[in-house]
Design a protein around this ligand. Structure first.
Ligand code: GTP
Ligand code: SPV
Ligand code: MN
Length: 607
């Protein structure tokens, strides 16, 4: 039996509520040892993980890890939001009664960490001192050292963040389970990822990967956070956040926005390096996956990134697509690569879209650890890296991280954008000035599913505000909450819908994307500022061709621009029918949203 009291004393963990919680779960999980960690323990824990073979060296100060091959992405069908109030049941939150789920999780976790260390990770999902700080603290308990190392990068970790907070911290319990015997994806699946939102308790069993296991990020930073935000008047969204300064005018604009998982948030937020588009604009990075947004005392809308790091998709990250990302994972950064290809002889890592595939196969292993040179002919073309393989690095490593990225007051939000991953219909950008139409646009965001979620690749689905996998209460209440919060702001943001993924008949992307995405964003800020007028269409204001900065774009792209800047009315009318069905699922959706829908539909019919 562990001497919990003495261990916590030695670690300086004085908060009695946290102590009681740790002792309670140590008893249930049956861990053999307890260790309280802080960011200062990183070097020692890295060394332990290297010694244990859990991490492999990937050049100076960089590391490589593999997760179990059936545990490589969030498992949405096993993810549940539980509360004691059935009114919280939505279409996407997989609601279950708390009284049903809690005993199940206790049973699964009982004795499940026997022989292991239970790490206690006190964390804060916010810079210290922010107005939403009291919703940002948590204590993750995990029996997995790699999860600790990831959390140290992704959150602010140490007892100093929670000792003075009494009982206002999220209880986040993670137990890995016996990964080889969990029946992942079968009818006998034993995994459960449960957020008991009205008790601020997260119970995740059966994974050691990403959002299933780093509980500060998705489970707290999004699901629990959005439930708390609903009850306490702020928004919590799967949004990136960036700042653009026009050096000629000295004006700075901050834009946040949602793109479904693996649809370009990290790339947009990081890739617009300081020197993008000559040197007129200075672009700063705030966050790539989560934003918490509130109305300040001055009536302005503010936003902040609650995270301390980036857990980015590796695929297609290279010097050309995202040089900033490449610079933030160079030797010495402490970056961790997960499920990419690895060469133990040279300690190199590689993934699809990194650059030339190594021609000398000597030493190379794929993400499962299989030797590439020994592949059977029928597997010769299998990807080397898992499509959801990732890199983890801290914000401080990102070369263009904003100077004020840790400012507790957050930054003013001027624009909110939604980005679908759609191969047709959606133009490059359309600006929306009406608040209800902006919220309506977010609610009807759609995307072709990607590798960040298990088993759904290629299927087209709606993803309201890019929160579908993270929704914690009903969509109707969610829509009403958006209208309430934005309605309260006295300085209104502009909304826009963007699409970098429109394709030609031959399958090529019509827009070059990545760093070039600054062009439509600049147009949006000029529109907000009254410098350009655009063209009014039934679905928003589109740029006139000459209003966009087209300097340096290639011939092909210039030829495709007409398609990128037009509205296909019949195709849109068809879409309105799909949207109607989509929205009709949400009982009690605010009338303002339906009115916005009908206005757009009528405008299309009159076009
Ligand atoms: P999560 O971390 O899962 O929430 O993903 P994310 O939204 O941050 O997506 P990310 O930026 O990592 O991009 C996912 C994939 O889309 C990567 O393979 C990118 O290379 C690709 N991608 C991003 N931006 C663009 C773009 O402008 N054009 C094209 N064609 N692909 C892009
Ligand atoms: C996402 O899937 O949207 C992510 C990655 O940001 S994970 O942390 O695994 O959820
Ligand atoms: Mn995400």
């Amino acid at each position: 039996m562990v001497d919990v009291e003495r261990t916590l004393d030695e670690a300086g963990l004085t908060n009695p509520h946290v102590r009681e919680y740790v002792a309670h779960w140590a008893n249930i999980t049956g861990a053999e040892r307890i260790e309280v960690v802080s960011a200062a323990d990183d070097a020692r824990l890295i060394q332990e993980a290297l010694d244990a073979g859990e991490l492999l060296p990937a050049g100076e100060g960089r590391y490589y890890s593999r997760s179990y091959y059936k545990d490589t992405a969030r498992a949405e069908e096993r993810t549940i939001v539980a509360t004691s109030n059935e009114a919280d049941k939505g279409v996407y939150n997989n609601w279950k009664p708390a009284a049903e789920m809690k005993p199940k999780l206790v049973e699964l976790m009982t004795g499940a960490s026997a022989g292991k260390t239970m790490y206690v990770i006190p964390y804060l999902m916010s810079p210290k001192g922010s107005p939403v700080e009291k919703f940002a603290a948590g204590v993750e308990l995990t029996d997995n050292r790699n999860v600790v190392l990831q959390m140290i990068r992704m959150a602010r970790v140490g007892v100093e963040y929670i000792n003075d907070l009494g009982d206002s911290f999220v209880k986040a319990v993670h137990v890995t389970g016996d990964l080889e015997n969990l029946g992942q994806g079968t009818p006998d699946d034993k995994r459960y990822f449960v957020t008991v939102a009205d008790e601020r308790t997260i119970l995740h069993f059966g994974s050691s990967y990403g959002g299933n296991a780093l509980l500060g990020k998705i489970a707290h930073g999004l699901r629990q956070g959005s439930y708390d935000g609903w009850k306490n008047g702020f928004l919590v969204e799967q949004f990136m956040l960036l700042g653009i300064t026009d050096k000629q005018t000295g004006k700075k604009y901050n834009i946040c926005g949602g793109f479904p998982s693996a649809s370009g948030k990290t790339n947009l937020a990081m890739t617009l390096a300081p020197d993008a588009l000559g040197d007129r604009y200075y672009v700063e990075f705030y966050g790539d996956d989560i934003a918490w947004i509130w109305v300040g005392d001055d009536g302005k809308l503010y936003g902040m990134n609650p995270e301390n790091g980036v857990f980015g998709v590796a695929k297609d990250t290279n010097e050309k697509t995202n040089p900033t990302a490449i610079d933030s994972i160079v030797p010495g950064t402490g970056a961790i690569f997960t499920n990419v290809a690895y060469n133990p002889k040279t300690q190199e890592v590689w993934w699809e879209g990194r650059g030339e595939k190594p021609t000398d196969l000597d030493g190379w292993e794929d993400w499962k650890g299989e030797v590439i040179a020994d592949r059977a002919p029928e597997h010769a073309d299998d990807p080397w890296a898992h499509p959801n393989s990732r890199f983890t690095t801290t914000l401080a490593n990102v070369p263009n991280v904003a100077k004020d990225f840790e400012a507790p007051e957050g930054v003013e939000i001027h624009g909110i954008i939604f980005g679908g991953r759609t191969r047709d219909r959606e133009p490059l950008i359309r600006a929306i000035t009406d608040i209800a139409e902006g919220v309506y646009d977010g609610l009807t965001l759609g995307a072709e599913a990607t590798a960040a979620a298990d088993g759904l690749e290629g299927v087209l689905r709606y993803d309201p505000m890019s929160m579908r996998p993270f929704m914690s209460y009903s969509e109707a209440d969610y829509a009403a909450h958006w209208l309430e919060v934005i309605g309260r702001a006295t300085t209104k943001p502009i909304f826009a819908h963007v699409n970098w993924f429109q394709r030609g008949d031959d399958g090529r992307f019509l827009w070059p994307g990545y760093r070039e995405n600054l062009r439509p964003l600049n147009w949006l800020m000029e529109f907000l500022n009254g410098e350009v007028e655009g063209v009014q269409t039934p679905v928003g204001v589109l740029p006139k061709r000459e209003e966009l900065n087209l300097e340096g774009l290639d011939e092909q792209c210039l030829a495709d621009l007409d398609t990128l800047l037009t509205i296909d009315v019949p195709r849109w009318q068809q879409e309105m029918g799909f949207r109607e069905k989509h929205l009709a699922q949400f009982d009690g959706l605010p009338e303002e949203i339906w009115e916005a829908h009908r206005r757009v539909a009528a405008a299309l019919d009159n076009a």
